[in-house]
Design a protein around this ligand. Structure first.
Ligand code: CP3
Length: 346
């Protein structure tokens, strides 16, 4: 690997400078992405065409010289392959044609043959690895079972999580059955991504933060642990570092650090310094600039970057990132300013 800063930082080894990548780095804020997206017609076709998925994965690497690429796909491909049928309707976000509404629906969900329906993802990984030619590591990913379950039960995005909370309190054993199936399929899916060539894996737990502490333990953390327990620690002679990110999970960092993972993603509400003191040297930390900072002018962005680096201090094990995905209306020049400031350091 020509640039292995990310791999070393994830393992808390010394690095010459802090590596940076950006959550949702391939996406609508880039005009070159919008062009390929229009050419593909819809989002799922983009994900399912390895050459196009490869092209958009490399766009932010070519433009900004970031220290990692992330597979272009989505966390909702797994429930799509389980039969829920995903569609992205313009202006509406993701919608499932067959949401999960009752115990019978859950009983019918498959735990066999799911990765076979996701071959397009592994083809994309192989195409991307070839195109990257070992410039930077490739991050593979999946959603946490809890986060993916919210979309399956709600039928799409949600604000109140009414349906899944009803299921949680009226029929908790059904929700556990759903999460268990998701954990099995997610582990198989990540294992197949590793076999296809990804160098790092990340679990996105975007909605863990809507749970009470007790329920976070029972319904989110427990199943992330199950996923990590069933994927290989190393492959083809290389360690495959693991990152776990619960948005709104600041209060549970100590619990998360006890998972079999190498790094925790932090949202912008956590303090890196406080997080480092709380988790000790158990894990690396990834984050955590407020994505809103990128609305500021380039000098102000650089100021915030320096503050973040100073706050983290001199410990090994920091990967610079935003605290959540980049917004679609951020000017690409502001990302350039962000990357330049991280490279310059303090
Ligand atoms: O660059 C990258 O980060 C890699 C690709 C990636 C996408 N989605 C592409 C995408 C990744 C890692 C994801 C993860 C994802 N998807 C999450 C977890 C991370 C997070 O942001 O919290 C979640 C919750 C989803 C589900 C999802 N996908 C939603 C709710 C939406 C619609 C709203 C939105 O953000 O656009 C998507 C669509 C989506 N996934 C787009 C992209 C680039 C936009 C689709 C388009 O081009 O219109």
């Amino acid at each position: 690997m020509q640039n292995d800063l990310l791999i070393r930082a994830l393992q808390r080894q010394p690095v010459e400078r802090t590596p940076i990548w950006v959550m949702r780095q391939a996406g609508r804020y880039l005009p070159e992405y919008r062009k390929v997206r229009a050419q593909a017609g819809d989002f799922m076709t983009l994900c399912q065409t390895p050459e196009l998925a490869c092209e958009v994965t490399l766009q932010p690497i070519d433009r900004f010289d970031l220290d990692a690429a992330i597979l272009f796909s989505d966390i909702l491909t797994v429930p799509d392959a389980m039969g829920c049928e995903l569609a992205f309707k313009t202006g509406e976000g993701p919608v499932f044609n067959h949401p999960v509404t009752c115990a019978e629906d859950i009983a019918q969900l498959p735990t066999e043959g799911v990765t076979e329906r996701l071959t397009y993802v592994f083809d994309a990984v192989r195409t991307i690895k070839k195109a990257l030619a070992d410039r930077v590591p490739l991050i593979g990913f999946a959603g946490s079972p809890w986060t993916v379950a919210t979309y399956m039960v709600e039928g799409g995005s949600s604000k109140q999580f009414t349906k899944i909370k009803k299921l949680m309190y009226q029929a908790p054993e059904s929700l556990h059955a759903l999460l268990d199936k998701l954990a099995i399929n997610t582990a198989a899916y990540l294992t197949a991504q590793i076999e296809a060539g990804v160098d790092v894996v990340m679990l996105f737990d975007t909605w863990g933060g809507v749970l009470s502490t007790q329920n976070y333990h029972a319904f989110s953390l427990h199943y992330m642990k199950k996923v990590f327990a069933h994927i290989p620690r190393d492959y083809a002679g290389k360690v495959i570092p693991r990152i776990a990110f619960t948005k709104g999970g600041n209060q549970w960092l100590e619990l998360m650090a006890d998972m079999e993972c190498d790094a925790l993603g932090l949202d912008w509400k956590s303090s890196l310094k406080d997080a480092r003191e709380r988790v000790g040297d158990k894990v690396a930390l990834q984050g955590n600039l407020d994505p809103g900072v990128l609305y500021a002018d380039p000098e102000t962005i650089a100021d915030h970057v320096r503050k973040t680096l100073v706050e983290y201090g001199d410990y090994p094990g920091h990967i610079f990132n935003l605290g959540h995905g980049i917004f679609p209306d951020i000017p690409p020049e502001h990302v350039q300013a962000l990357v330049a400031a991280v490279r310059e350091g303090v």
